[in-house]
Design a protein around this ligand. Sequence first.
Ligand code: HSE
Length: 333
Amino acid sequence: VGFGHVGKAFLGLVREKREWLKTHYSLELRLQALLVSAGGLFSESGITPRDFTEKAGPDLNLSSLWRPGLNVVSALGKTKPGIFVECTPSNIQTGEPGLTHIRDALKAGWHVVTANKGPLVVDLKGLRSLAGKNSLALKFSAAAAAALPTLDTALHSLAGAEILSIEGILNGTTNYVLTQMGEGTGYPEALREAQEKGIAEHDPRLDVEGWDTAAKTLIIGNSVLGLELALGDIKVEGITRIPPELPIRARQEGKAIKLLGRLGRSGGCWEAAVSPQLIERSHPLFGVNGTNKGISYTTDSMGTVTVTGGKSDPRGAAAAILKDIIHIFARVQ
Ligand code: HSE
C-alpha cells in the first residue's frame, strides 16, 4: 500500500532480486495487490511489473488490472493472508491512514512490514498487542532509520547487555544539510538537494524541525527499551535556527554540528531529546556525513557499540522492508 518513492523502490528491488531471493532464501515473492488512495491493482496469480510500468506507465489507473475504489479491507479479504507492506506517507500526529491499514491487516491475519512511522508513533503498544494476540509479525526496520540497523543491532546483537544510553544521527536530510553547510553551501540550496534525492519528508519541515528524528527516537526507545514515550515527552529542537557560519566554523576547528536524537537516564527516569550538538572528533558519530546516519549504544557489558552508514534513500528503505520480509519468512517457515 502506497506507491511513492519507497513503494516504487521496493517493487523495483523485488524485481531486481527475484532470482537471488530464490537462490539464497528459497523465497519467491508474489505481489497480489498494489493499492493507492483511489483504488488499486489486484491479481490472484500475481501482478507483474509489466502490469504497472510498461503498460500503465506511472499511472496505475491505466493498467488493465486497475480496480477503482479497491481498498485495503476488500483487497485483504480477496486472498490467503501473507505479508502486508505499508508505505503510505507518515503522519506522526494521527498515524493515519497507515494506522487503520495496519490494524485491518493484523485483524485479517496478515503479517505487517511498515516503512510508515506514524502508526508506530501513535500506537506501537496497541499494534504490538494486536499482532501478538494473532501470532503475527509486526516489523518496522524501515521506519527506524531504514538501512541503518538500529533495531536489529539492539534487539539481537546486544541481547543480554543493558543499554544505558543511546545517541543517533537518524535523519539523512538534516545530516546532509549540515554537512553541506559545513562546506559553505547555503541552507536553502542544501535542503533542495536533499529533496531532489527523494529522502526529505513530504513536508520537509518534519526533517529540519527535528520531528522525523524525534519519531525515530521514540520508536527506538519504545521498542528497544520498552518505554512508553509520546511525542510530547520529547524536547525537540531542529536545525532551522543554526547560523550559517556555525557549521563552517565547527569544521575549521575540527568539530562538527550534528542533529542528535538522544535517550538517557536522569534521576532514574528515561529522557528523550532531539537537538543540534557540537561534537568533537573523538565522538563515535563524528565521521557520519552526508545522507549517512549512525547510532551509538552505550551498554553495561559490551561497551559502546556504534553502527554507521545506512544512508537515507528510497532504495535503502526498500532494502529494510525486504530484510524484514526475509526475517518473517525465516521465522514462519
Ligand atoms: N526523511 C527521512 C530522512 C527519510 O531524511 O532520513 C525517511 O525516514
